[in-house]
Design a protein around this ligand. Structure first.
Ligand SMILES: N[C@@H](CCC(=O)N[C@@H](CS[C@H](CC=O)c1ccccc1)C(=O)NCC(=O)O)C(=O)O
Length: 222
């Protein structure tokens, strides 16, 4: 039996956070090795650990996996979080590609220059409340089931919850017009593996703060 997955990234959310969420939701314990400096990243490259010279990289089942979506797809498939057939997987893919689009905008907010922050925040709120959340609200309302797809817990539920919480960090009352999503958030947060991940002291990371920003910029030369 292979050991625990090992995650290589900086000590923050970025592109690795959704992978942490999915492993935690699946009840899979994992280890982390943090890139604290650019030298740490360069060493991983020199040691041939990074297929495209980038992180996230996850050592899992004898593989050194890179590319966030590929890693997420593997974990979801391995832990039966990817629907029961091709059509359920197609719907799950549509839902999670959209949550990752919104996540992408939110995760780059701390990297915006000060003069662009207000406009960028407004665009996050506008996209979340007009393009994305109405779709999930309607889907859950129309089928009246507990989960987004196939009346069964899947990565779509995990990734939507992660995105809802990130959006609430941007605007605490962002779900005020989405009562079904409010109930969904409470229900999925109560799933034991997720409830544990939401407890203080878990491997869930805080938002990228001003203190960490210079370190991220130097590690990745941005
Ligand atoms: N397709 C791939 C892309 C993976 C990727 O962009 N990795 C980056 C670090 S994450 C990024 C750092 C700043 O842009 C960040 C950090 C914080 C928030 C958002 C992104 C990297 O390794 N940059 C070194 C280089 O590209 O030379 C995948 O989905 O996995």
């Amino acid at each position: 039996m292979a050991g625990k997955p090992k995650l290589y990234y900086f000590n923050g959310r970025g592109r690795m956070e959704t992978i942490r969420w999915l492993l935690a939701a699946a009840g899979v314990e994992f280890e982390e090795q943090f890139c604290e400096t650019r030298e740490d990243l360069l060493k991983l490259r020199q040691d041939g650990y990074l297929l495209f010279q980038q992180v996230p990289m996850v050592e899992i089942d004898g593989m050194k996996m890179v590319q966030t979506r590929a890693i997420l797809n593997y974990i979801a498939g391995k832990h039966s979080l990817y629907g029961k057939d091709l059509k359920e997987r197609a719907l799950i893919d549509m839902y999670v590609e959209a949550t990752m689009d919104l996540n992408e905008i939110i995760m780059h907010h701390p990297l915006q220059p000060p003069e662009a922050k207000a406009k960028h925040l407004a665009s996050i709120i506008e996209k979340a409340t007009t393009r994305y959340f109405p779709v999930y609200e309607k889907a859950l309302k129309d089928h009246g089931q507990d989960f987004l797809v196939g009346n069964r817990f899947s990565r779509a539920d995990v990734q939507l919850l992660e995105t809802i919480l990130m959006a609430e960090e941007c605007k605490p009352d962002i779900l005020s017009k989405f009562p079904v999503l409010q109930a969904f958030k409470a229900r999925i947060s109560n799933i034991p593996t997720i409830k544990k991940f939401l407890q203080p002291g878990s491997q869930k990371k805080p938002p990228l703060d001003a203190k960490l920003l210079p370190k991220v910029m130097s590690i990745f030369n941005i």
